[in-house]
Design a protein around this ligand. Sequence first.
Ligand code: ZN
Length: 198
Amino acid sequence: MSIKVPDQTVEELKTFVVEELPDLRIVYKDEEGWYRGSFSAWVVYLFVTAVGLFDRDWKSFFYERYSNGIGNLLVFPNRQEYSDWSDPRTYKIVCHEVVHMCDWKRHPIWFPLSYVALLPSILTMRAYWEFRGYTGTMLAYYRVHGEVGDPVLDFIQDTFTGSMYFFMFPFPKTIRRMLEETRIKVENGDIVGFNLRE
Ligand SMILES: [Zn+2]
């Protein structure tokens, strides 16, 4: 780990979580029964287990690489690498997932339905919710590095247009313009908190 997130920046995130998501629990996928605290996490667990029968690589990817905000559970791949929020990677993940968890809390029926619906993603609101999540990611980059560099926008653009989220928004020029507009807001301090108040 090369740089650390300043203590005060981590404390601000923890304060936000305590105030806005007081029920949040952190669990780790390498620990037995990580999904037991939430009905939605049970559903995800069963789904991943079923798909894993056919696609072991995808299941490994889910377990070893993906973090998720599921209802009130913040789910990391493992405790060893992801328990320190001053690690920039973990900090950025938390900033992304708490946006989803705030949206889920505010729209307890609509968020999971419109996000997870197993339709081609162009027919769901997944891209809308993920754009909010990645706005959290941009806020994290800004707080850690003092800027949101072009490689960050490249990476997010690829995420929207590529296979990782099933081509959820295959319009590179449009997503780029939206990301650049949001970067200006982030860098000007126009977005406050991870519920993304403007
Ligand atoms: Zn997300």
